[in-house]
Design a protein around this ligand. Structure first.
Ligand code: HEC
Length: 142
């Protein structure tokens, strides 16, 4: 092997090891409270499991972290999605939202899901349950 390639590879390997010490934000893991959307509005179990399976990993206080969330730089991306997702819409905090905000968020949910923007593309690669079927989208819209 050319010695420059060897140096470059060793450099990359060292960089990879070093970034493992920088995992990004702390993991979010809070208890479910009565502010959760499933406690706040009457939704059937099918819809609540859809939300929990396909949305809660970025839009709740109980995200499930996949194995690659322990490996930088993927962990940075996962944590960024969770931080951004929760700041836009947090199903665990539904009870604290005003009526106006809830209406708006419900509209946005239908829009995002119908347009295929949510769950995020990258999420769907790794999570088959995030690939919603037409009937699931129709159910959520109803
Ligand atoms: C992999 C993480 C992830 C998953 C899973 C996910 N979202 Fe999101 N969501 C985000 C991020 C990040 C944003 C903010 C940036 C953006 O809009 O792209 C967002 C934004 C939104 C918004 C926009 C809020 C607003 O007021 O503009 C809605 C609505 C939404 N998501 C609904 C959903 C629904 C419904 C699901 C499940 C079917 C879902 N999301 C699943 C990460 C995610």
């Amino acid at each position: 092997m050319n010695k420059y390639i060897k140096f470059a590879l060793i450099g990359l390997l060292i960089a990879f090891v070093v970034i493992q010490f920088f995992q990004g934000d702390e993991r979010v893991n809070e208890r479910m409270t009565s502010n959760d959307i499933t406690e706040q509005i009457q939704i059937d179990s099918e819809l609540s499991s859809l939300l929990q399976n396909a949305c809660y990993d970025c839009h709740s206080n109980q995200p499930k972290y996949p194995w690659y969330a322990s490996i930088a730089p993927l962990s940075w991306k996962v944590k960024e999605h969770i931080a951004d997702g929760r700041s836009e819409l947090n199903f665990s905090e539904w009870g604290t939202y005003s009526a106006k905000k809830r209406d708006h968020k419900l509209e946005e949910m239908i829009e995002e899901v119908q347009e295929g923007k949510m769950p995020l593309n990258e999420y769907r690669w790794f999570h088959p349950e995030g690939r919603l079927t037409k009937s699931q989208i129709a159910m959520l819209s109803n």
